[in-house]
Design a binder for this molecule. Structure first.
Ligand code: 13P
Ligand code: SF4
Length: 345
């Protein structure tokens, strides 16, 4: 095995290989202890560089609860989709908002605070659910149900938001629907959230499209909770409303990611089974060191959320990429729908 002399030099980690600054390289698996030292060193270097650039460029880093642990740790603000939107909307001091999340969240920030430069570190970080609802489908359903207001989950693209009456997130969907003077509502794109709000409000909710879903949340199965419960009979089960109806049935608490964080903090319980993307476990464990958190399914990872790495965050700040811009004619209408949501709560 090729031994490297020191870790006090700059390393670049790319495609599973770690390269010394002057071109010499080793394979990552060749020596685990050196590799972890290199990785720790690389992380420290990147953290320092990001902090420095952040100050120089008057930037703020916002991160969703599903982001990698190191991204959450370097962020100025962590939250669920409504909290991040509100923070982006009210941000005054920063000139740049680096949005560590997925496309629709960064788009909402750009819509709500157009005077700021909003950056999405990875262009590929796109929420597949947001792609599931087209403007054609919204218009088709509106023509079929002309009296029904259209409520769209923020997990939609700006052009879809521009077609709706009001937006909502998983944190306020029930309140938004209840605020409407209508018995029938068109709702998209998540079918599970549509079913959940129908149960909670007693209104007729027409899902658009009929089949919208989050691929990550569909991975949760109640059988896994049953197995976990055998070892942790007193554990409280927290589930995101994007999970299936079967998962909601075994839940003690259903809510958005930040609502789960608040619930866990306030609860007397010591053990929790968590039915949402695994990134949230980092925050839950950090905020509640005396409590134990178990994912309801090990494989529940949102690959899109995980595309944001420290290298990409650094490159994003350095090169001021990828700038999120929403055409003004779309932004005006989408902003109105988002603002109506904020008027509800
Ligand atoms: P929250 O608004 O609960 O953070 O959820 C966003 C999301 O994308 C869930 O998959
Ligand atoms: Fe989209 Fe699901 Fe990822 Fe949330 S977890 S960003 S809904 S794919």
């Amino acid at each position: 095995m090729q031994i490297i002399g020191s870790v006090n030099c700059e390393f670049v980690v790319r495609n599973g290989r770690t390269s010394l600054e002057r071109g010499k390289s080793i394979y990552l698996h060749s020596c685990p202890s050196i590799v972890s030292l290199i990785q720790a060193q690389t992380m420290m270097d990147l953290t320092a560089k990001i902090q420095k650039l952040k100050k120089e460029k008057k930037a703020i880093i916002l991160a969703h609860n599903y982001q990698r642990a190191e991204i959450q740790d370097i962020a100025d603000y962590i939250g669920d989709s409504i909290e991040l939107s509100r923070k982006a909307m009210t941000e005054k001091d920063a000139e740049i908002i680096v949005f560590c999340a997925v496309d629709f969240m960064a788009e909402s920030a750009a819509i709500l605070n157009p005077s700021k430069k909003v950056l999405l570190p990875t262009l590929g970080a796109r929420c597949p659910m947001a792609q599931m609802l087209t403007t054609d489908e919204i218009r088709r359903q509106k023509a079929l149900h002309p009296k029904a207001p259209v409520v769209l989950y923020v997990n939609t693209l700006a052009q879809s938001k521009a077609e709706c009456d009001v937006c909502c997130t998983s944190a306020n969907a029930v309140e938004v629907i209840n605020s409407l003077d209508a018995k029938t509502v068109l709702f998209g794109p998540d079918r599970n959230l549509a079913e959940y709000v129908a149960e909670k409000t007693g209104k007729t909710i027409i899902p658009l499209p009929e089949w919208g879903f989050c691929p990550t949340h569909l991975l949760f199965q109640p059988e896994d909770v049953t197995v976990l419960k055998q070892d942790h009979p007193n554990a409280v089960v927290m589930v995101h409303p994007e999970c299936s109806g079967e998962m909601r049935k075994v839940a003690d608490f259903i809510g958005s990611t930040s609502k789960m964080c608040r619930y866990a903090k306030d609860s007397e319980a010591k053990e929790f089974i968590v039915g949402t993307e695994e990134g949230i476990l980092h925050r839950l464990r950090k905020e509640n060191p005396d409590k134990k958190f178990f994912t309801a399914y090990e494989g529940a990872v949102c690959p899109n959320m995980k595309l944001t790495t420290m290298d990409r965050l650094y490159a994003s700040l350095k090169e001021e990429k990828h700038l999120v811009k929403v055409p003004e004619n779309v932004a005006v209408k989408a902003r109105a729908a988002l603002e109506r949501m904020f008027q509800v709560n």
